[in-house]
Design a protein around this ligand. Structure first.
Ligand SMILES: [Zn+2]
Length: 196
């Protein structure tokens, strides 16, 4: 199993001042800065990575327990981002949500392909990731059905719960975490291979 992300603080996220760092000593364990996050993206122009808004709740997560970073841009709700650990360096994947596309809401429930959490309608969205390289510039994408809030690491650890009762599973929480990591790893491998 590969190593997993460790995020370290920088002076600010999105330029805002950090006044509460002393309250979060766990930040001293972190290793990836917002600047490194921005430079990790493989499928969107540099201009977008400069303009993207990092999640405002980032420092509230326990990064020791994070399998990947995932967030919807707080100021551009049709844009979302994943940063996965690819071993020696992180890989950022820009995701898109079609404007006004609510087709997934026709289903009464859907299952996240990363964490296998069952959500009510709208709790799983179809994200599309422009492929890396020329294929992506020509409009080719890879689809991904995952939790709309991209909070899979929290769901598998029982730190956030779906509104639906989950099907009974005999696996442990640790096994659910491992399954999530395998699923994310598979997606990242498939995505990188999708380049032209
Ligand atoms: Zn999920």
């Amino acid at each position: 199993m590969k190593g997993f992300l460790r995020i370290r603080p920088s002076a600010s996220v999105d330029g805002g001042p950090r006044t509460d760092r002393t309250a979060r000593p766990e930040w001293t364990m972190l290793e990836l800065s917002p600047e490194e996050i921005r430079s990790s993206f493989v499928n969107c122009p540099k201009g977008e990575t400069r303009r993207m808004h990092l999640p405002t709740t980032m420092p509230l997560l326990d990064w020791e327990d994070t399998d990947f970073l995932g967030w919807v841009d707080p100021k551009a709700p049709n844009r979302a981002y994943l940063v996965v650990d690819a071993g020696e360096h992180p890989i950022g994947v820009a995701l898109r949500l079609p404007n006004g596309n609510r087709t997934t809401d026709y289903f009464t429930s859907m299952t996240c392909s990363f964490c296998v959490t069952v959500h009510p309608a709208g709790g799983v969205r179809l994200f599309s990731a422009p492929k890396p390289g020329k294929a992506g510039r020509q409009g080719d994408t890879v689809g991904l059905y995952v939790c709309a809030d991209l909070a899979c690491p929290l769901y598998v650890r029982g730190k956030r719960e779906s509104a639906l009762i989950q099907p009974a599973e005999t696996i442990t929480r640790e096994e659910r975490v491992q399954r999530l990591r395998v699923n994310v790893d598979r997606f990242a491998t498939r995505f990188l291979r999708s380049a032209d």
